[in-house]
Design a binder for this molecule. Structure first.
Ligand code: HEC
Ligand code: HEC
Length: 290
């Protein structure tokens, strides 16, 4: 055995005990928590995993997204965030990963705002570390580098009101706080609030709908999900709301269209009953808007 470097966990029981107690080795529970946050709420695969015919190509998980996102000031692809050291983020420190995930700052400056760091801002320190532990547990995939083709400009983050900084772990015991946390990580309001000059107008239009998507299903407008009894979901039962969120089914039983249906089936269907309850309770607190 080499005398240099950290002792391996196969070393003598005493070395093993000391090393494993002081080193931040992710435990299985932490990795599972990270998997839950990534799969059920934050939907990182949506932009960072290529797609095959039957959905995400999980054999190349996190090796880079299929879509190219472009705007006046950027043309970017979802990067390789698998633990490959050369083409992914395997050589990044935890500190660098935290900066990318919650502050939108990459190794070469500010990331394009397609990377929704603003929505991940409320991540508790423990949950942010769990996401990082889960990413590090994935298979390293060597893939062509997807350097931004263009990226110029400064972008202002637009976090949801009340969700612009890390939450305290203990605060999540409160149902409404937990609902807000879930809504921010799942980016509900960034789609369901109208944009003014490219920024969601949370002050005046929170949840009132408006963002428009053009895809194979046609022109799809994010619905009003405020508590307005006619224009919003104020008259819906909890079960109807939960079905829309986790199965992509409208109140009348018709299927919702993408991107909502895709997010529902692939991601939100995995939401824990507690998170779903909290989310629905929080949605009910959104003031009615026409
Ligand atoms: C809506 C699409 C989208 C989602 C969802 C998304 N990302 Fe990103 N992410 C991007 C894009 C696009 C970039 C590259 C931006 C650029 O190059 O300026 C990026 C960049 C990154 C980077 C920096 C990598 C590098 O090489 O510069 C990390 C780390 C990252 N994302 C992690 C995550 C994690 C973890 C999640 C889920 C918690 C996530 N992303 C969710 C689109 C997304
Ligand atoms: C990427 C954008 C996007 C995200 C993120 C998103 N939605 Fe949606 N949502 C939509 C669109 C677009 C529709 C309309 C679908 C249609 O008309 O077929 C919709 C429809 C809905 C409906 C059905 C409303 C109705 O009147 O039929 C509900 C409820 C809903 N979303 C709740 C949520 C919640 C809660 C979240 C977060 C967990 C969320 N959405 C995240 C885009 C999004």
């Amino acid at each position: 055995m080499s005398a240099k470097g950290p002792p391996s966990c196969l070393a003598t029981p005493i070395a093993l005990l000391t090393f494993c107690l002081i080193s931040p080795i992710a435990d299985a529970g932490e990795i599972e928590r990270g998997r839950y946050l990534v799969e059920a709420l934050a939907a990182c695969d949506n932009c960072h995993t290529p797609r095959g015919v039957a959905g995400y190509d999980l054999s190349n998980r996190f090796s880079g997204g299929a879509q190219t996102f472009s705007d006046k000031s950027y043309v970017v692809r979802g990067s390789n965030i698998s633990p490959d050291r050369d083409t992914g983020v395997g050589a990044w420190t935890d500190e660098e990963l935290r900066a990318a995930i919650v502050d939108g700052i990459g190794r070469n400056g500010r990331l394009a705002p397609v990377m929704p760091s603003e929505s991940y801002k409320p991540l508790t320190a423990r949950d942010l570390d769990a996401i990082i532990a889960f990413l590090r547990s994935a298979t390293p995939i060597r893939a062509p580098l997807l350097a931004p083709q263009q990226r110029s400009g400064e972008w202002t983050p637009h976090p949801m009101p009340g969700a612009s900084a890390a939450f305290d772990e203990a605060s999540l015991a409160d149902k409404n706080t937990r609902g807000l946390y879930v809504a921010s990580l799942a980016r509900c309001m960034s789609c369901h609030s109208e944009e003014i000059d490219g920024a969601p107008d949370y002050q005046n239009c929170l949840g009132a709908g408006g963002k428009t998507f053009r895809n194979a299903a046609g022109v799809v407008v994010a619905s009003n999900i405020t508590s307005h009894p006619v224009k919003g979901v104020g008259a819906w039962s909890d079960d109807e709301l939960k079905r829309a969120i986790t199965q992509g089914v409208a109140r009348d039983g018709a299927p919702l269209r993408p991107p909502m249906s895709t997010l529902s089936k692939t991601h939100f269907s995995k939401m824990s009953p507690d998170d779903l309850d909290a989310l629905v309770a929080w949605i009910r607190t959104i003031p009615p808007k026409e």
